[in-house]
Design a protein around this ligand. Sequence first.
Ligand code: CO8
Length: 260
Amino acid sequence: SNNKIQVELDESSGVAMMKFKSPPVNSLSLDFLTEFSISLEKLENDRACRGVIITSTIPKIFSSGLDIMEMCGKNVEHYGEFWRAVQEMWLRLYGSNMVTVAAVNGSSPAGGCLIALSCDYRIMAENPKFSIGLNEAQLGIVAPFWFKDTFVNVVGHRIAERSLQLGSLHPAPEALKLGLVDELVPEEKLLEKASAVMARWLALPDHARQLTKSMMRKAVLDHLVAHREEDIKNFINFISKESIQKSLRMYMEMLKKKKS
Ligand code: CO8
């Protein structure tokens, strides 16, 4: 199915708008991740496209992160395939030659936060009800080293260490203070602002900006590429543990209870 992400390229500006539209919460399922990677690859190879703005069509939610159901009660082959798809998405997005701007128009936990962190610039709707962060520790799971590296590269070691250990979800104003997002704007101005930021980044010659971006990110990308199979094995071993499965089941139950 090719319908979880809406992509529109404006040929005159060279900017693509990528909108997540996978109800109820844009969770990153295997299908979602596959479609995301394919969409990014198409844009990357399209000479007419120089930049991508990533946002959500779902009110109040940017992305709820990895689809927890993909990590619960499945077999080893499935976990391996799923994790490879998570890696692929990140390698494409973090390593993209295009200018990438996240227009974070809702909550953005864990994998949702990783997507935002992997962009060149983050703008968030100034609503304290929206929060963002790598909250893995709260689920009893551990963010992989490349989530951590991406986080450190944005906010620095100390803030990343504290935030990761506590599994903090930071309300938008706090996220701004920590440098986790670059600016806050009223929600109705979000896309307008993202386009203005994009225009500024696209005013530079592509080759100089791309080489600079690659210089900043290469070590972290190369680290995963060099340890990709090992990282998949680690994920499978970790997620297959009965204690971890139990934590995830309890977390899903907590999510459902919170509703009623
Ligand atoms: N995966 C699967 N289902 C989800 C997820 C998710 N990540 N998030 C929400 N859902 C489901 C809910 O269970 C609920 O289902 P149902 O309707 O059947 O009860 C439905 O989506 C709607 O959710 P809510 O009612 O909670 O919707 P709200 O609008 O009230 O809240 C939130 C939206 C804020 C997104 C909230 O759902 C939430 O906090 N979700 C959990 C987000 C989260 O903690 N994600 C972490 C995922 S882990 C990850 O991304 C990285 C893992 C790294 C791997 C580590 C190596 C081992």
